[in-house]
Structure formats: C-alpha cells, structure tokens
Design a binder for this molecule. Structure first.
Ligand code: TYD
Ligand code: MG
Length: 455
C-alpha cells in the first residue's frame, strides 16, 4: 500500500492543511497546526465508480409525528439550556476550560436524569471510579442509580453500550478516548474526531443520548471541542471566571431549542447550585451609585438578564493607551469610542479605558451599545448615573439609536428588580408603565446632552 503523505491539522478548528504554518487560515489561531496521520490511509483519488448503491427512501416535509418527548432532569437551569429537557437519541457537547466544573455539572445532571427514570451511564476517562464515587458522595448523589465506568478504549465502551442499552451516556472527556483503528495519540484531532463520530453514530442508530465533555485547550497539542461541534445536535459551553463562583452554561448551537440560552449556576461546597434569578445575582454586588457604572437590560436566549457594565477611564502614560475589555466585544467597544469621538466630539485619546461586566458575565448583544457608552461617559465625566436607571439600545455608526427586540421583557425585568427609569432608542414600540418612566432618545448626541449636560 502506498504510504500516505503526512497531513497537517489545526487542533482548534480541525481544518486540514497541506503544510505546516504558524497560523491557521481557517480560524486564525496561532501555533495550532500539528502533523497527523491522515484520516484515511486508503487511496483517496478513486471515484465511486459505476457500481450502483441502494436507493434511499425519500419523504415529504409534512410531519405527523409529535415533537420529541423530552425528559427533564429537574435542574431547571440545565433543562432550559437544553431547550426544555433531554431529547432521546441526541448528541450533546459540553465544552469548557479544565477545572471549571464540567464533571461536577454532568454528574449532578446524570444523577437527576437517573432519578427521573432514565437508565444512565457515566464513563470517565480521566478519573477512576473511586474518585467519581467520592465526588458523588460529597455532592449527596450516592443514592442515584447511575452506573459508573472508567475506560478510554472506545471499542470496549461501544460493546458495553450495546449490551447495556442505556438512555443516556456521559463520556468524560472525549479527548481521553481512543479508537484502535486510528493510528494517532489520544487527544489528537483524528482520534477525537473518530471517537466522536463513532459515539454520535451509535447514539443516532440505537436511540441513546450521548453527552460528550470537551476541554477547551489553550495550546496546540490537544484537539479542542470545536473539532466536533458540527457532529453534535447541541453545543453547550460552561464558562465563568475561575476566581468567581458564578458559572454560566451557554447554548451556542441547538437543533432542539433556542441557541444563546443560558443557565446560571453557583459553585458551592456541595456542587453547583442553580441561580433562579441571575439579574439579582449580577447586580447584588453593586454598591451606591458610582461613576462608570451602567445597568444594561439584556436578553439571554429567551429571558431578560440585567447586568452591570463598569468602566474606568484614566490618563494614560502609554503612547497607545490601553483598551482592556472583559466580557464585552472589543470590536464593538472600539466602534463606540470612535462614534463618541467623531459624532459627539468626546475624545478618548490619551486615556486608558477599562471595561468589565460585573459577575463574570459575557454580554455580546448589540443592544448593550448604549449602556456601554453610558458607562464610558459616566467614567470619563466622573458623574454617576441615577441608581434606578436601566439602559438598552444599539448605536449605529451615524450615532443614531436603533431600537432592539423584546423591549417589553427588558422593562418588565427591570421593574421587577426595583428600577424606575429607563432609556431606550426612539423607535422602541412599548410605553413606560406605572412603575417605569421610559425616555426614548433619537441619537447619542441627545443622550450625552440629556445625561451629562451639553457634553
Ligand atoms: P470539575 O467538575 O472536576 O471540573 P472539570 O471537569 O471541568 O475539569 O470541577 C473542578 C473544580 O470544582 C475544583 O476546582 C473544585 C470545585 N468543586 C467545588 O468547589 N465544589 C464541589 O462540590 C465540587 C465537586 C467541586
Ligand atoms: Mg472533569
């Protein structure tokens, strides 16, 4: 057999390259390309030829089937992110940094699914069964009818699954699995891809739901979870700051529910506790009205979440001043700084800018533009905004304010949390209620004049 030429693969996104390069053209990651044995060593240049295949059965779009029956774990935050519970025969990827709490979350979830009647298997490739049992003991889950296995050989796992026929299996983690037909080290792109493919195919054909755990990797040698994102039905990321106890489970892809839905958890001594009212949590550390703080009424998935955007503006000693942004899109921040400078005449040259979303939350909605600008201006002018004010709205490059969706939900949530005034773009369809004074402004210049005097 002819020896196949080596292949180079990006460990971040899985793109194939002919030769090594420092940067992956496909995803822009640096130093992520590694040499790997090709996926298939067979001759790839052959075409299918003239031999006929089996004719596949086609059907119409009209469905008489009911929507898939879902099983709820009883962990409301987890079920919501799944789109209302677990769909049978679905494949789910849960990604996150090492140590963020993925194993803890899934052990709790799987124990709850087992208690609600599903036959559940938890296969750990990283920890010994005794370790998982110890953690279950600490979490008070020892009684849950979950079956544990410690194994990394995919063939053994599939054989076990075939015999056991569980409803749900958790594979912790996909990077530790190895398939013996692939000649590559565990954790390499070809191994991770092959293992995920086998498991997902098994899930689809045998009606087993499978949850794959994937570590987000910082440097090149181990394949990241993005390599398998396209194979699964649902992609969830578990995020949060290591120093903070808040954790956010975010759906970035979901074939069975809304994407960008979030679930909020708090890491406690007894595992992850659900946070029923995230807005109250994110605002709980807010002190008295201080310059540089603005409250944004946002929407995460299907529910409103209020967050505090904090800004600090200080004279810079650097030739190109700092722009440090945590939890917000830095491109968006640059755009707003440029709009403030050229449309409103408020320059930030010679000033360091630090921006942060309190509580370790990520806010990526364009609707946060106005709150972001308000925090920046409030910090720059050293003037505190009213403590009972929420803000939302998108800023266009012309400095006009553009209305955003779900204004009513945003206002309702704000009112529920005791806010009594709001600022929104001119075209916003709703009116303020009895407990909420709503001001609608046409552009950023009016906003600056209104809040901070004539600028
Ligand atoms: P783990 O679930 O092992 O993370 P991952 O699987 O994502 O690598 O969680 C690890 C961290 O969680 C560890 O630093 C300790 C912490 N932790 C708690 O604070 N409380 C708990 O009850 C448990 C089980 C873990
Ligand atoms: Mg783990």
């Amino acid at each position: 057999m002819a020896k196949a030429s080596p292949q180079f693969t990006c460990t971040e996104c899985g793109a194939a390259h002919k030769k090594w390069a420092g940067k992956c053209d496909a995803c822009g990651a640096w130093n992520s390309i590694v040499e790997e044995a090709p996926l298939s060593t067979g001759p790839a240049s052959k075409t299918l030829g003239a031999a006929k295949g089996r004719r596949i059965e086609l059907s119409t779009l009209a469905a008489d089937e009911a929507p898939p029956p879902r099983t709820r774990s009883g962990m409301i935050e987890f079920d919501r992110v799944l789109g209302g519970g677990l769909v049978p025969a679905s494949a789910i990827l849960v990604g996150g940094d090492p140590g963020i709490g993925k194993s803890t979350l899934l052990l709790q979830a799987v124990a709850n699914f087992a208690r609600s009647g599903l036959k559940c298997l938890y296969i750990s490739g990283e920890e010994a069964s005794a370790q998982v049992r110890m953690r279950a003991g600490r979490l008070g889950l020892s009684e849950a009818p979950v079956q544990l296995g410690a194994e990394t050989n995919l063939r053994n796992i599939l054989t076990t699954l075939e015999a056991e026929r569980p409803d749900l299996v958790v594979i912790d983690s996909i990077q530790t699995m190895w398939a013996d037909m692939v000649e590559a080290a565990p954790g390499s792109v070809s191994q991770v891809r092959a293992a995920a493919h086998e498991l997902v195919t098994f899930a689809k054909t045998r009606g087993v739901s499978v949850i794959l755990v994937g570590h987000v990797t910082k440097e090149g040698q181990i394949a990241g979870p993005r390599v398998v994102e396209h194979m699964v039905d649902t992609v969830l990321y578990f995020e949060g700051e290591r120093g903070h106890q808040f954790r956010i489970l975010r759906a970035v892809k979901n074939r069975f529910g809304p994407a960008s839905e979030i679930g909020v958890f708090e890491m406690t001594g007894a595992g992850l506790a659900e946070v029923a009212n995230p807005s109250a949590l994110f605002l709980s550390e807010r002190g008295q009205a201080a310059p540089g703080s603005a409250v944004f009424a946002g929407i995460e998935g299907t529910r409103p979440v209020l967050t505090e955007i904090q800004a600090l503006v200080a004279p810079s000693s650097l030739a190109s001043p700092r722009r440090t942004v945590v939890g917000l899109d830095s491109g968006r921040v640059s755009t707003i700084l440029a709009v403030l400078e050229s449309r409103c005449g408020i320059p930030f040259t010679g000033l360091d800018v630090f921006l942060n979303v309190a509580g370790g939350m990520k806010v990526l909605e364009p609707a946060a533009d106005l709150a972001l600008a308000a925090a920046l201006l409030s910090a720059r002018e050293d003037v505190a905004l009213p403590p009972d004010l929420v803000i939302f709205g998108e800023i266009s490059l012309s400095a006009a304010l553009r209305p955003v969706g779900q204004a009513e939900n945003r206002l309702k949530e704000a009112e529920k949390l005791g806010f009594s005034q709001a600022i929104a773009p001119q075209g916003t369809k709703v009116e303020g209620g009895a407990g909420m004074r709503l001001r609608k402004l046409p552009d950023l210049v009016t906003f600056v004049g209104d809040m901070f005097g004539a600028g």
